[in-house]
Write a protein that binds this ligand. Structure first.
Ligand code: HEC
Length: 144
């Protein structure tokens, strides 16, 4: 199944709160960028008491650099804040993982839901008050 998701086309124009791509150990050692849509405009403030409103979307795209220096696209990781009651196990976040060719690996409450359960499992352990968000490593945060 192709994602056909408007997000995959749109997110390149969204705010990018990181200064440069960085390597994410918890997302397969890939290099990633974060992007946040308009609803998620407070994402870039990295305040621990920020609760993003319904409709907020934060995505990370990723790429891998092979030993020979080749750059290859990796999957896209997405979180979207849904309505209250959407999914209590994920604190009402929808998690989605999309392959570089547009195939959806899985999404919360949708096809392949079991394949993204581990996402919520780890994001549920984000520091209290951060609404399941981990934000960026401090060293790559852009100051506003
Ligand atoms: C073992 C823990 C862990 C797992 C599993 C995990 N993440 Fe993350 N995620 C993090 C951490 C830590 C960050 C903060 C940035 C970083 O270090 O990459 C993050 C950041 C993110 C972000 C940016 C929003 C934020 O929290 O700041 C998205 C979107 C995201 N992850 C989606 C996913 C998806 C989708 C999956 C499953 C396919 C997943 N993550 C699995 C730990 C995890």
């Amino acid at each position: 199944m192709k994602s056909g998701d408007p997000v995959t086309a749109a997110f390149m124009t969204w705010r990018r709160p990181n200064k440069e791509p960085y390597r994410s150990g918890v997302h397969g050692q890939r290099f990633v960028n974060h992007y946040a849509n308009g609803m998620a405009k407070d994402y870039g403030n990295f305040k621990s008491d920020t609760k993003l409103p319904k409709g907020s979307i934060v995505v990370k795209d990723s790429f891998v650099v092979t030993e020979s220096g080749e750059v290859m696209s990796g999957p896209m990781f997405l979180m979207e804040k849904k309505y209250a009651g959407f999914n209590s196990d994920s604190n009402d976040w929808l998690f989605m993982m999309i392959q570089p060719d547009g195939d959806i690996v899985g999404m919360t409450n949708g096809p392949g839901a079991s394949k993204v359960q581990f996402c919520a499992g780890c994001h549920n352990q984000a520091p209290l008050g951060q609404d399941n968000l981990y934000y960026l490593p401090e060293t790559v945060r852009k100051s506003n």
